[in-house]
Design a protein around this ligand. Structure first.
Ligand code: FAD
Length: 574
């Protein structure tokens, strides 16, 4: 049977914050273009919905672009590109104001101005919020606004399995309809990837199940480098057991971290965060917690393994209820603690990938017409460590920019030869059909996933060391070989979630390959990449981005210069 072909001017993969913002940018710029938006879940189920704390942008009189820029550069441990950061801070307030026009209910001060809260590593209050359900409100406003444009045609619950590249030009994507089990081609003259992060490669994470690094893997296999993959952000305050996030807003509103003896260890000992204490950046606080655990000062009693406390009891019920109600809700529900009366058990948890698809400042990749934005991209805003609340704003600023750029490209681009794309699509459909029909295979998905999770945690955790990282490099390659023998029990077409799990697992294996390969060669400590065997930052040898290219003979790691500017690298101390 002939494969069905759908045609649009622009194809956007992903219906989260970055994908919706890109789609809106295109639609607003030109009412005559048609946009196909492909998403493996209904847009409101994208991970953006679960963001809690807020989105950063200069809003107050005591703040300016210079300060937001410097905080971000310093937070990135000088690995962020300074042209990108300067563009970002200037666009940020405009984007958040636009979102309000589209219906996002930012919380207000008594005098009616936009309320802002403190966040880690930021030198003043610049995180806009809508209580602590920010992602929900932002995504809702974006989704709602996107519906005003008939030219945005959605393909929900369609899983993209391949980028269609002709020579070095993108032509569209192959997508599996999850409901029907049918493969279709969605062709366009430009494609924007906005597929989010891949935290699920790790066992203990705040990330939803859908965050399996698909877009990163698609681009990687198509020949685009993944950049700075070794930098994985651990958020200091995850709930033990589930990994559910307790937002940094809890510390922004005045929460303390305490060890088993009740000490505020960030104040009592020198962990590099200075007077910022609980409002230090995430990489430093996560390391401090691990050190407290290793020094035997963690809480060990109870059901939650080794952990420390997030203490909000001094804030009072009224403040907790009005500013961070979801923190209270989640704590009660998942660890049985009411933070009004008792401290919340917490430990560091994998939260965000600073690395991703290598793009320039406009979201462009090394494939003509292929763009990327949001968490799947590495536009080099976050460098070696992202500051909390910069990511939601990043989705807007660079989602919009890559959408506009994709439109500009599409206007001058040709459509490509449909018959050769059809045959490439048929091959891809054949590959996925064969996988679904496979009756041999002894490797269980769950076993492979557990092996991957375990090795990523042991080699690429908060603290890293040569022997363990190398073991992870080797184990990922072994898992890749074992994956060839994966077992599929469900051969049906309709909502075959086992097949989707297999496809996602192969994506996680590929991004883990890039992550471990970059981690082993960066023999220094910078931002979230902390090596016990190389405890210092080494600007002489490592002030550069890492690139990892896919190759059938194994990953190829190289480097790319950092764009410096007015902020000279200096010791990162708070
Ligand atoms: C619990 C939590 C709280 C957070 N809180 C904050 C916060 O307060 N402030 C902040 O700045 N950041 C926060 N972050 C980070 C931030 O929310 C994310 O980085 C950001 O929302 C990512 O948006 P995105 O559009 O790039 O991707 P996502 O929102 O993850 O969307 C990805 C989209 O891609 C689609 N997709 C993926 N793979 C495929 C495929 N193979 N085929 C088709 N479609 C596909 C999905 O269907 C989805 O629509 C938080 C993250 C988490 C996990």
């Amino acid at each position: 049977m002939e494969i069905e072909v759908l045609r649009h001017d622009i194809v956007i993969v992903g219906g989260g914050g970055a994908g919706l913002r890109a789609a809106i940018a295109v639609a607003e710029a030109d009412p005559s273009v048609s946009i196909g938006m492909v998403s493996k879940v209904y847009p409101m189920r994208s991970h953006t919905v679960s963001a809690e704390g807020g989105a950063a942008a200069v809003a107050r009189d005591d703040d300016d672009f210079e300060m937001h820029g410097y905080d971000t550069v310093k937070g990135s441990d000088f690995l962020g590109d300074q042209d990108v950061i300067q563009y970002f801070v200037q666009e940020a307030p405009k984007e958040l104001a636009l979102l309000e026009h589209w219906g996002c209910p930012w919380s207000r001060n008594e005098d009616g101005t936009v309320a802002t809260r403190a966040f880690g590593g930021m030198s003043t209050k610049r995180t806009w919020f809508a209580t602590d359900k920010v992602g929900f409100h932002m995504l809702h406003a974006l989704f709602q606004h996107s519906m005003r444009f008939d030219q945005i045609v959605r393909y929900d619950e369609q899983f993209v399995t391949k980028l269609l590249v002709d020579g070095n030009t993108i032509r569209g994507v192959a997508a599996l309809d999850i409901r029907e089990g049918v493969m279709r081609l969605v062709l366009g003259r430009a494609v924007v990837l906005a597929t989010g992060g891949g935290g699920k490669a790790f066992p203990f994470t705040t990330n939803g199940n859908i965050k399996t690094g698909d877009g990163m893997a698609l681009a990687y296999r198509a020949g685009v480098a993944l950049k700075d993959m070794e930098f994985v952000q651990y958020h200091p305050t995850g709930l033990p057991g589930t990994g559910i996030l307790i937002t940094e807003a809890a510390r922004g509103e005045g929460g303390y971290l305490r060890n088993a003896d009740g000490e505020r260890f960030l104040v009592e000992r020198d962990y590099g965060v200075g007077t910022k204490a609980e409002l230090g950046p995430r990489d430093m606080i996560s390391r401090a917690i691990i050190q407290e655990i290793e020094a035997g000062r963690a809480v060990t009693q109870g059901d939650w393994g080794e952990h420390v406390y997030l203490d909000l009891t001094h804030l009072g019920e009224e403040k907790i209820q009005s500013r961070i109600p979801m923190v209270r809700e989640l704590s009660k529900l998942y660890v049985g603690v009411d933070p009004v009366h008792d401290p919340i058990p917490i430990r560091p948890v994998v939260h965000y990938m600073m690395g991703g698809i290598d793009t320039d400042i406009e979201g462009g990749t090394s494939i003509d017409g292929l763009y990327a934005a949001g968490e799947c991209a590495s536009v080099s805003l976050n460098g070696a460590n992202r500051l909390g609340s910069n990511s939601l704003t990043e989705c807007l600023v660079f989602g919009a920019r890559s959408g506009r750029k994709a439109l500009e490209f599409a206007r001058g681009a040709s459509e490509g030869d449909e018959s050769s794309l059809r045959s490439e699509g048929a091959n891809e459909a054949g590959r996925v059909d064969a996988l679904r029909a496979k009756t041999s295979g002894t490797e269980k998905i769950s076993g492979l996933r557990r092996a991957l999770n375990d090795t990523m945690e042991s080699g690429c955790g908060v603290y890293r060391e040569e022997v363990q990282i190398q073991a992870s490099v080797d184990t990922v390659q072994e898992i890749k070989r074992r994956f060839e023998d994966v077992e599929i029990q469900d051969h049906s077409k309709v909502f075959n979630t086992e097949l989707i799990s297999v496809l996602e697992l192969s994506n996680m294996i590929d991004i883990s390959e890039a992550l471990t390969s970059c981690a082993v060669v960066r023999k220094e400590s910078r931002g979230a990449h902390t090596r016990r065997d190389f405890p210092n930052r080494d600007d002489q040898n490592f002030l550069h981005h890492s690139l990892c290219h896919f190759d059938s003979t194994g990953p190829k790691v190289s480097t790319k210069p950092v764009t410096l500017g007015k902020w000279e690298p200096e010791e990162r101390k708070y």
